[in-house]
Design a protein around this ligand. Structure first.
Ligand code: B16
Ligand code: MG
Length: 212
């Protein structure tokens, strides 16, 4: 086998919470009159921290904001986002993702999450994967978000593996850059499947079975 472990991004890879991020940021853009905020902006928000994501919305805002106001805006968006997450259930985990994860584990691979999100534990709980992964590295244990490799390096460390023995699976350009910077092989899915730096380009999650 080519790898000993796989580090999965969460939003946009394991589940479609990327869509909820977009809806919540769109609601904030509407609130502050950031007309023109669109899907292309949202693609740039993938993988980067909440405050960095806010800056993408503020590029389209009609005025500037103080640091305290920015914290209020980010908190408002997060509350909206969490109310969407609260409606999630194991039905939001697709059969394809679950059966592929099970098959990868059956091959003997260690499986970890490497997500920039502070909401990762809540999401995993909602979709029924609260205890599933061998390690979870997320926005709560890092100081630098993607494209910095910290979140993936810590995931590999939690698995007791070297980056060179792990594959990173990502939907974000910033996540592919982070994987490469950390010395991991990378696989892009969704928007990142169109990124020329991605080591493998996945059409579908189950394509992973042919990669490892
Ligand atoms: P939160 P991932 C990332 O998650 C999202 O892609 C990114 O859009 C978001 O800003 C970031 O998490 C922080 O999320 O506000 O929930 O802490 O794709 O790395 O799983
Ligand atoms: Mg993602």
């Amino acid at each position: 086998m080519r790898y000993k472990g796989i580090v999965f991004d969460l939003d946009g890879v394991i589940c479609s919470t990327d869509e909820y991020h977009y809806q919540a940021w769109q609601a904030l853009a509407d609130r502050i009159g950031a007309a023109g905020f669109c899907l292309a902006d949202n693609v740039r928000q993938r993988g980067v921290s909440r405050m960095e994501s806010l800056e993408v919305v503020l590029e389209k805002a009609p005025r500037t904001y103080t640091e305290a106001e920015k914290v209020e805006l980010a908190t408002w968006k997060n509350e909206k986002y969490r109310s969407l997450l609260a409606n999630m259930s194991p039905a939001d985990l697709t059969d394809e993702v679950k059966s592929t994860l099970d098959a990868l584990r059956a091959k003997g691979l260690k499986l970890a999450i490497g997500s920039s999100s502070k909401n990762a534990p809540f999401i995993l709980e909602r979709i029924g994967l609260g205890d599933y992964f061998d390690a979870v590295s997320d926005g709560n244990n890092i100081t630098r978000s993607k494209p910095d490799p910290q979140v993936f390096c810590m995931a590999a460390q939690f698995l007791d593996l070297e980056p060179a023995d792990c594959l990173v699976v990502e939907d974000a350009f910033s996540g592919i850059d982070a994987g490469i910077a950390g010395g991991f092989d990378t696989a892009g899915i969704g928007p990142a499947a169109g990124y020329e730096k991605a080591g493998y380009r996945l059409t579908s999650f189950s394509d992973l079975l042919g990669v490892v």
